[in-house]
Design a protein around this ligand. Sequence first.
Ligand SMILES: [Zn+2]
Length: 390
Amino acid sequence: MNEWKNRVCVHVDSIKDRLLAVSQDIFDHPELKFEEVHAAQVLADELRKDGFSVELGVAGLDTAIVAIHPEASDGPTMAILGEYDALPEIGHACGHNLIAASALGACLALGEIKSELPGKLVFMGTPAEEGGGGKVIMIEAGLFDGVDAAMMFHPSSHTVVDRGSLAITEVKIEFTGKPAHASASPEKGINALDAVIQTFNGLNALRQHIKDGARIHGIITNGGAKPNIVPEAAAAEFYVRAPENDYRDELLEKLRRCAEGAALATGATLSFEIFGHAYKAMKPNRTLGEAFTKNLEMLGEPLNPPPADAGLGSTDMGDVSQALPAIHAYIQICDEKVAGHSREFAQASASERGRAVMLIAAKALAMTAIDLFTEPETMRRAKEEFANTA
Ligand SMILES: [Zn+2]
């Protein structure tokens, strides 16, 4: 391990208690997307303590952060990203408290040696990964302009650095029918709930004919008011996901046809609305991934990838990876059987192992940033790969 890498590791260990306190504090105060006021404040305060120039509230988002280390010179701009939103009811069941603390740890450790390194170091606090698309909004606001590479760690039940993610679009479907007494005069009504059910039936018939790896899943959010009233209004929400952005768009149109067919069959009127932020599929940068993997191995953390046919999720880091070279590295914090977004995963995010992994992630992120700050050839290859990969 070179001298700089050694020093960032020693520094992470020396601020271990501070990082663990931040992780626990965020874990103990779970906040939903765009409401991460406490977490964002804690992170901003910690960064300010170490001399970062911190902007809290950027891109029109109260809980987004851009923090720049004052020692900036010519050379690459490296962004290390922290997420900190939680999930409804199950809290930090995606372990974003560990992501935030690891990104903070990496930045504080790099800050210690930044005067000796070329380039610019940026901590990006990216809110609302769980369905709000904070990173998408920050990209649109130009906050990633001029950033050469972006990295983050995500806790998982496996360790894998260059994993993809699914492109996703969220859809809201509403049908309007006509109420009538469901027993005395059903012939006078138009049943909006039937239109929703027909949409699901059409979609279920479609499933046989979609490519492996794609996912379309939904819930009924309004199924009517009372059994003795023909439902006037009914609604459902769907997530449409695929490994490629184009195929996701194709499936979206097929879902639209299912809903249009249901409207035609029942006589209900359809409103088909794309809502929230669509996320692009992850384009993992192998050059950055290799550097990160080597550093992980140096830290004694071996890869443990999931089986090739394991399912994928979606993340707004996908959008970052389509805009610049990026990695979203998973490190195992729990048994392989534990599912993400579960109560067990939330427990793991505050466990001894989760805490230890957060420190390893902070070190590996800082070490990989050192590679990119100090090896122009690695950065050149990362950019070349980015330009040549679809
Ligand atoms: Zn997550």
